[in-house]
Design a binder for this molecule. Structure first.
Ligand code: BG6
Length: 485
């Protein structure tokens, strides 16, 4: 279903997101033969530079494996499909100029039906200007398809998100709009649907009768490192919980969609999210990292305002009021500057009733999203030998070992390909976003100090597991450590 005559236009082409994610993902698709045959990629940004300079920047994050001349050759061919146009974001004439450039490329295509995919790798301040200017100056009307990809932050709370959504909607229909949450492009997040709905064994235990508590955890081993200006305005909840972790939660807990279609899936996600009331302050733990082991604290980052109380760690517990999940705590937790890099879902099952075995651990199903993708089930088994004792062990599906030759796609590769194909399944629908903000807005306003003085995050050392209060926090929701073997 890929159209051959397609131009991908990357706005913010000289920025960080484009350099680190968008352009390398486009290269990945190009290299694997997934881009439309005669595709061209046009970079657009304010910075004036020539093609040579743009090519250099566009490929600066692509790592050619040592001595791989084929790969190096592909990088050179990739440069052949790149062009660059500079211009302001609020200047209609500059967009006319861009449009002339696009028409010139299209005049060489055989078919007159040309498609344009606009990728906005831009800060929110110029978002609306660009969405409008593209529509007014660069929108193809001769039978081709126009699509626009946008990236978070989609507002800062319910009200600002609604404003943003409706401004973009004036120019772009829902069908043409692809809102990225790159977690939806991750292999193990996509795997959740299959694990849940292609296995009777999983489905049978997937409710409050079997499950005690669920944790969805995001850990990063580095701090803001110069990105503090952006981060401080948003904080850990807006950066990761309200989008990435909530998306994981909704797929994990939704009812079975009527079909695998984008709208059926998203209908179910919205439905489960609507069963979640706004988060309570008492269900929240906030932290901020401080200097330790020679590493700087959050407030030592020069781009962070002095005395900022912005949380760099947040744990919050969500409750789903429906028959399947009533009473099961869902703990979302995320932090920067922690002891390791890890994103995982940990489903802890209830105790065995009236156990005939003593001191046994609870079952846990762990879905490790990254690094080293894996699904493993912690269960109890008999120790081999001439006596019977239950010991905790694991059924382990580690992807690297099980699928030895498989290449796990980059999230951005998967998502750009979906957008080219017009598949919305892994993009955020407007009502999903609305309900996500409803859950988080009250707590965010409290943290922002909108209703009085803001809460003080508890300090935790750079490189630690997080605030020391965390263990008590998760135990409060019924999490039990496993018994040591
Ligand atoms: C982004 C956040 O959305 O996700 C970053 O803004 C965070 O702060 C990143 O580092 C994490 O993405 P990934 O794919 O590295 O887990």
């Amino acid at each position: 279903e890929l159209k051959d005559n397609t131009i991908i236009i990357v706005f913010g082409a000289s920025g960080d997101l484009a350099k680190k994610k968008t352009l390398p993902a486009l290269f990945g698709l190009f290299r694997q033969g997934f881009l439309p045959r005669d595709v061209k990629i046009v970079g657009y940004a304010r910075t004036k530079m020539d093609k040579v300079e743009f090519d250099k920047r566009a490929t600066s994050y692509i790592k050619t494996p040592e001595g791989d001349s084929e790969f190096a050759g592909q990088v050179e061919s990739f440069k052949n499909i790149l062009t660059y146009v500079s211009g302001a974001y609020d200047d209609g004439a500059a967009f006319d100029n861009l449009n002339r450039h696009l028409e010139e490329i299209e005049s060489k295509y055989q078919s007159k039906e040309c498609n344009r995919l606009f990728y906005l790798a831009l800060p929110p301040s110029v978002f609306i200007d660009v969405a409008r200017n593209i529509k007014e100056h660069c929108y193809v009307t001769k039978g081709g398809v126009n699509r626009i990809i946008i990236e978070k932050p989609f507002g800062k709370d319910l009200e600002s998100a609604r404003e943003l959504l409706s401004s973009v909607k004036q120019y772009w229909s829902e069908d043409e709009t692809f809102r990225i949450d790159h977690y939806l492009g991750k292999e193990m997040v996509k795997n959740l649907l299959v694990l849940r709905f292609a296995n009777v064994a999983m489905g049978a235990a997937w409710d409050k009768n079997s499950i005690s508590n669920v944790q969805i955890t995001f850990k990063e081993p580095f701090g803001t490192e110069g990105r503090g200006g952006y981060f401080d305005e948003f904080g850990m909840i807006r950066d990761v919980l309200q989008n990435h972790l909530l998306q994981v939660l909704s797929i994990l807990t939704m009812e079975r969609p009527v079909s695998f279609s984008a709208e059926d899936i998203r209908d179910e996600k919205v439905k489960v999210l609507r069963s979640i009331p706004p988060i309570e302050r008492s269900d929240t733990l906030l932290g901020q990292y401080v200097s330790a082991n020679g590493k700087p604290g959050y407030l030592d980052d020069e781009t962070v305002p002095p005395n900022s109380v912005c949380p760099t760690f947040a744990a919050t517990t969500l409750w789903i009021h429906n028959p399947r999940w009533e009473g099961v705590p869902f703990i979302l937790k995320a932090g920067k500057a922690l002891n390791e890099a890890k994103v995982e879902v940990r489903i802890q099952f209830k105790d065995v009733t009236q156990g005939i075995f003593k001191d046994i651990s609870r079952n846990e199903l762990v879905i490790r999203i990254q690094p080293s993708e894996a699904v493993y089930l912690k269960l109890n088994a008999k120790t081999p030998g001439l006596y019977t004792r239950a010991i905790p062990t694991e059924m382990d599906l580690t992807y690297k070992r099980r699928f030895t030759d498989a290449k796990i796609p980059e999230a951005y590769e998967a998502l750009i390909l979906d957008a080219l194909r017009g598949d919305h399944s892994n993009f955020v629908r407007h009502d999903e976003l609305d309900v996500a903000w409803k859950i988080f807005t009250p707590i965010l306003h409290w943290i922002d100090g909108k209703n009085g003085s803001p809460p003080r995050p508890v300090p935790y050392p750079y490189g630690s597991r997080g605030p020391k209060e965390l263990d008590t926090f998760i135990q409060k929701y019924g999490y039990k450590r496993s018994v040591e073997a």
